[in-house]
Ligand binder design. Structure first.
Ligand code: HEC
Ligand code: HEC
Length: 321
């Protein structure tokens, strides 16, 4: 089943959704019953959330398994820097559990899944130390709920200034339809395929990563899960192309970039891509399947108003008030 021009989505089977929904309610009930304790536990990394002994253990693993790509001083080589303003800009708005998950699930890039939880936590401690967060009396915990409550910066901290982007503009080349067919259609199909095919299946079966049996289109070039990662990234990153001034729809109507509802639908698409990327980074087929619901909705919300109109000549025309 594919996203097609008339019918825009495949769906997770209803049973799966019901279970996910039940789990979500369960979690809400749990969270609701523990509000004060949950809040009391949340803290900032500036308060000393790891021990220096733990960071030292992390340093040893770092040297052996990470430095060749991220540099002896965390300064970045083939891999990005793990210290400094650029690094912090990316991670400070996310709970420490995300950084832990990034390390534990996807690193080292050449042999992911080989770190124990304790090793990954010690590596995070070492990275915190490298970013000048102070050591405290106790180890950083290895369990995800506890790490979720730790933040690198207070919520709403503005991004540190970065080099201003050059004032170059790139006028639209294609119609909206071409952008849809060229980027959003193939990328979302990669994600929808995950509903029925597990990208991790070939690895689980003991086959080499990148074997020809991969379930993901082009997955045999970069590895199946990386193929899913980049499909989600393509959606999130290309969504702003729907805001390029001067782009036209196939029928010659200007893309209604000034409309608040259009902007909201584009925002929804960026967010759905972000969620799908996060799900893909968890390397869980179920999580990606669930995320495809949000992708499908974000496409359909806009299509309902601007594409699926009776008369194609009226596509991209704002609806009558
Ligand atoms: C073979 C090279 C390689 C090795 C070895 C490696 N990494 Fe990476 N790492 C990368 C690349 C490339 C990226 C960027 C792509 C990505 O995010 O997957 C990355 C991204 C990261 C990120 C996210 C950085 C950001 O800016 O978002 C973290 C954190 C990280 N690596 C930690 C580690 C740790 C800890 C180790 C050692 C256990 C490790 N890496 C080993 C290549 C490597
Ligand atoms: C902000 C609004 C908006 C969003 C979000 C959006 N689309 Fe579209 N899409 C349109 C419009 C409008 C058209 C018709 C474009 C034209 O006629 O030039 C279209 C056309 C298409 C077409 C081509 C249909 C044809 O007739 O060939 C495909 C395929 C498509 N979209 C897929 C997607 C997918 C997949 C997503 C989500 C991942 C998505 N779109 C998200 C507005 C949107």
């Amino acid at each position: 089943m594919r996203v097609s021009d008339s019918q825009a989505r495949t769906r997770v089977p209803a049973g799966v959704k019901t279970i996910a929904f039940a789990v979500a309610i369960f979690i809400c009930v749990l969270a609701g019953s523990l509000p004060t304790r949950m809040q009391a536990q949340s803290r900032l990394a500036t308060a000393g959330v790891y021990s220096s002994g733990q960071a030292q253990r992390g340093a040893a693993d770092y040297k052996a398994r990470c430095a060749k790509c991220h540099g002896a001083q965390l300064e970045g080589l083939a891999g990005p820097p793990l210290a400094g303003a650029d690094f912090l800009n990316i991670w400070k708005s996310q709970p420490l559990s995300d950084l832990y998950g990034k390390v534990h699930i996807t690193m080292p890039l050449d042999s992911p899944g080989t770190l124990t939880p304790a090793q990954s936590t010690a590596l995070v401690a070492y990275i915190l130390q490298g970013n000048k967060f102070p050591a405290g009396g106790a180890d950083l915990p290895s369990d995800e709920p506890a790490l979720k409550l730790i933040a690198l910066a207070p919520a709403g901290t503005p991004a540190a200034p970065r080099t201003a982007a050059a004032a170059v503009s790139f006028p639209a080349v294609g119609t909206l339809n071409q952008v849809m067919r060229g980027i959003l259609f193939p990328s979302s199909n990669v994600l929808f395929d995950v509903q029925t095919q597990d990208p991790g299946a070939s690895e689980k079966a003991g086959a080499k990563a990148g074997a020809a049996t991969t379930s993901v289109r082009y997955g045999n070039v970069y590895g199946p899960w990386i193929g899913v990662d980049v499909a989600a990234i393509a959606i999130a990153e290309s969504a702003p192309l729907l805001m390029t001034p001067g782009r036209r729809c196939e029928n010659g109507k200007p893309v209604p970039v000034d409309r608040a509802d259009w902007q909201m639908y584009v925002q929804g698409l960026v967010e759905a891509g972000r969620v799908a990327y996060k799900a893909s980074q968890s390397r869980s087929q179920d999580a990606v399947s669930e995320a495809t619901n949000q992708i499908a909705d974000s496409c359909a919300n806009c299509h309902r108003v601007y594409r699926d109109v009776a008369n194609p000549a009226m596509r991209c025309t704002p609806p009558a008030p």
